[in-house]
Design a protein around this ligand. Structure first.
Ligand code: PLP
Length: 239
């Protein structure tokens, strides 16, 4: 019997390109199923914990927006890549991190209290456009999860309107993980309902930040305009 041929080692670039194509196909098919234009959905490459070489590879492949969760991990990458990409902060916010975030990022997805919003607004440098923000909403009802409750969103949105250096763009949610499409859709449906109500109330929101590697189809079916994709692009994260 002949020996089994080893699978040729493929380059990292080729592997990344394959993963990207796969994610783009998933987005396109979900958009088609929802009767939506795939061009209305932004792919945010979640590059937290990834080395800067992988971000350079993603840039080469045509991705220009990165999501980072940990400030210290993100800063050297922002230093190197700078304005060749858009930088989105998607992680938990602490008061002692707001200045660097206000100075270095284009958008923050995880604003969930007025105190932090005020600091971001005050610390946004005068030479930059207002910082784009999304309010993080806790749609799963777990007390341990970050985010305002659905009941509190309208009030916080109203308070943010008074902050000159912030521009409220929309809502974000990070639901409890589920592998079942109908269960995945529930929190996204709820977020979209809140989003539409806020727009009826006069806010001009354009962003629904929802959907990750595991549930982007459900999110797109429920109206997502931005999916935050990490492992499906870069492979499983260590640790
Ligand atoms: C890590 C992370 C993601 C990406 O998760 P994947 O499952 O790897 O796609 C998206 N959003 C937030 C807020 C994250 O922290």
């Amino acid at each position: 019997m002949s020996k089994v041929q080893p699978v040729p080692l493929r380059g990292k670039v080729e592997l990344f390109t394959d993963r990207l194509k796969n994610v783009q196909t998933r987005i396109r098919e979900a958009a088609e199923a929802a009767g939506r234009d795939a061009a209305s959905i932004t792919l945010l490459a979640v590059s937290k914990t990834r080395p800067v070489e992988e971000l350079e590879m993603a840039l080469q492949a045509g991705l220009h927006a990165f999501g980072e969760s940990y400030l210290q991990d993100a800063l050297p990458k922002i230093e190197q890549i700078g304005s060749r990409a858009q930088w989105h902060f998607i992680g938990p916010l602490q008061s002692n991190k707001t200045r660097a975030i206000a100075e270095r990022f284009d958008r923050v997805h995880s604003v969930d209290r007025l105190k932090i919003a005020r600091r971001l607004s005050e610390q946004r440098p005068a030479g930059l456009p207002p910082l784009n923000v999304c309010l993080q909403v806790n749609t799963s009802g777990e007390t341990s999860k970050a985010g305002v409750t659905p009941d509190e969103v309208a009030e916080l949105a109203r308070q943010l309107a008074g902050l000159a250096r912030l521009r409220l763009r929309g809502l974000m949610t990070l639901p409890a993980r589920s592998d079942e499409l109908s269960r995945q859709r529930q929190p996204f449906h709820q977020l979209n309902q809140i989003f539409q109500q806020l727009n009826r109330d006069g806010l001009a929101l354009d962003s629904l930040s929802m959907g990750m590697s595991n549930d982007l189809e459900a999110a797109i079916l429920e109206g997502s305009t931005l999916v935050r994709i990490g492992s499906a692009l870069f492979g499983p994260r260590q640790g």
